[in-house]
Design a protein around this ligand. Structure first.
Ligand code: ZN
Length: 501
């Protein structure tokens, strides 16, 4: 069986290299490309996508996978060989099940819908996007229907981002979390509001950038195998395991915006930089799911980067860098300001505690749309009703309501939002395991040292890439199933102390 395995590996090396080439084209487009390059770049990027699709859906790929399935079943469970064939089959199935005309219809429509949204949003015009969303919903349902063995219509869409996770299970977990969050948010919002006005003084951008890069270097982000550039919407991307890049943006009048975005993307990047080099250009050489990826970005952004031990070390440096801006602000006031909790309308600006409520609203509305319980024409109002119910707020318009996120206007409805909250839950779970194994982690963090925490993540999460699924990683690190408890305990301890609940 070895020859077929080697052949399949060779094929996937080409398929994945084509993916990575496209990542390079996209990175350049989002950072340095002059506007004049956009038409040709769109054409070139599409061509690479077509070549990749041809290579992946070629009969030979399917034959090799079929021949290898019995062999893979005999490999030790969880071995790289068994995992390789599992991931190759999942990638192949997703590519061949959805017919080419549906893929074409989807791509053409998503790019059109995105164009419509870019003008509808500033004009607060939900009516303009309504027919687009109706077509998006039809396409999303048609894509899901290509997987008739599914339990729930959202499952195949979720599987694209969070393999193995099911809509019903996520709903159950989210309901549990919501029952904990709603009273916590209420208790916090009964307290006097925190003053964070000093975070909006003028912070020179070159110093913001130097400060962030100094911190992520201490975290362990490897600049010899990465770099940071400027963009409009920060992201992490990868061209090989030796070249994992991050992007960021800065706002002179917002201390947190650039810094926390840098810390966030560095978490994504350290995960990818930590993958076993033997998995280069294979289906295993990538983070295992959107949820596990977000667990790492949120770990380094929030659990570490917004913690008191962290700022005990870094605040004197921040004050030295920004004496006019932070010289008159005490550490505890600064710490409260960067962790300020408030009910708000915009997901991307939300704090750690309320953020998940924003995600759950979107996830539930997606399921209602896919299940046919909610019509697109009623979506804007359903959005307002849920914000009223969950956050006690009603947006003055749809621009601050259903039009705020790009997701539904640039891709399918379903499968994308759940990863953010799964990431928070997984982050709480992994961090509690790391601290249980090494109780000195918070002390190390207060000394500006991160080796113990990073090494735990490297050993238990990063190195495996996609070798283990999310559920397998949870099982291996905790001996059990996904639970919200460590995350809830983390939130209650941290915010209970900040707000003296
Ligand atoms: Zn992220």
């Amino acid at each position: 069986m070895q020859p077929q395995y080697e052949q399949l590996k060779q094929r996937f090396q080409h398929i994945i290299d084509l993916d990575l080439i496209n990542s390079l084209l996209n990175w350049d487009q989002s950072t340095y490309m002059p506007p004049g390059g956009s038409e040709a770049r769109g054409r070139q990027s599409a061509l690479v996508g077509v070549l990749r699709h041809q290579k992946l859906t070629d009969e030979t790929t399917g034959d090799l996978i079929d021949q290898l399935l019995p062999w893979a079943a005999e490999q030790p469970a969880g071995s790289p060989e068994a995992a390789f064939v599992r991931e190759a089959k999942r990638t192949f199935d997703q590519a061949v099940r959805i017919p080419p005309d549906l893929i074409e219809r989807a791509y053409a429509h998503f790019s059109h819908a995105y164009q419509v949204w870019t003008t509808a949003r500033p004009e607060n015009d939900f009516k303009a996007v309504q027919p687009e969303l109706e077509e998006t919903l039809a396409i999303s349902r048609a894509m899901a229907e290509c997987f008739p063995e599914r339990e729930h219509i959202a499952d195949p869409l979720i599987d694209l981002q969070d393999p193995g996770m099911k809509a019903r299970e996520i709903q159950r977990i989210f309901a549990e979390l919501r029952a904990e969050l709603v009273p916590l948010v209420e208790a916090i919002c009964d307290q006097p509001a925190v003053d964070d006005s000093f975070l909006h003084r003028s912070y020179p951008i070159d110093r913001q950038r130097a400060f962030g890069e100094q911190i992520i270097t201490a975290y362990g982000y490897d600049f010899n195998r990465g770099r940071q550039d400027l963009t409009h919407h920060p992201f992490m991307t990868k061209f090989s395991l030796g070249d994992v890049r991050i992007t960021t943006r800065f706002d002179e009048h917002n201390f947190g915006d650039g810094l926390f975005s840098t810390l966030h993307e560095s978490g994504h990047a350290m995960y990818e930089q930590g993958i076993n080099p033997a998995f280069e250009a294979s289906p295993l050489g990538i983070g295992t799911s959107s949820g596990v990826h977000e667990s790492q970005s949120r770990l380094w952004e929030n659990v570490v980067g917004r913690s008191l031990p962290f700022w005990k070390h870094y605040y004197p440096q921040a004050q030295a860098l920004f004496p006019d801006q932070l010289g008159d602000v005490a550490l505890l006031d600064f710490y409260k300001a960067i962790n300020k909790v408030a009910r708000s309308l915009i997901r991307v600006d939300a704090d750690e505690v309320t953020y998940n409520l924003h995600v759950m609203i979107r996830f539930d509305l997606e399921l209602d749309l896919l299940e046919g319980k909610l019509a697109v024409k009623d979506l804007a109002e359903a959005w307002h009703a849920r914000y009223q119910q969950d956050l006690g707020l009603r947006a003055p318009d749809d621009r601050n309501g259903v039009l705020q996120d790009v997701h539904w206007y640039a891709g399918p409805i379903g499968g994308v939002f759940q990863g953010y909250t799964l990431g928070n839950i997984l982050c709480g779970l992994f961090y509690s395991q790391a601290v249980a194994a090494h109780p000195k982690i918070p002390t190390e963090i207060s000394q500006g040292r991160f080796e113990m925490l990073r090494d735990w993540m490297q050993k238990n999460i990063y190195q495996y890439g996609a070798q283990y699924t999310t559920a397998e990683l949870v099982q291996r690190t905790t001996g059990g199933e996904l639970t919200i408890q460590p995350y809830v305990t983390y939130l209650k301890q941290k915010y209970g102390q900040i707000y003296q609940l």
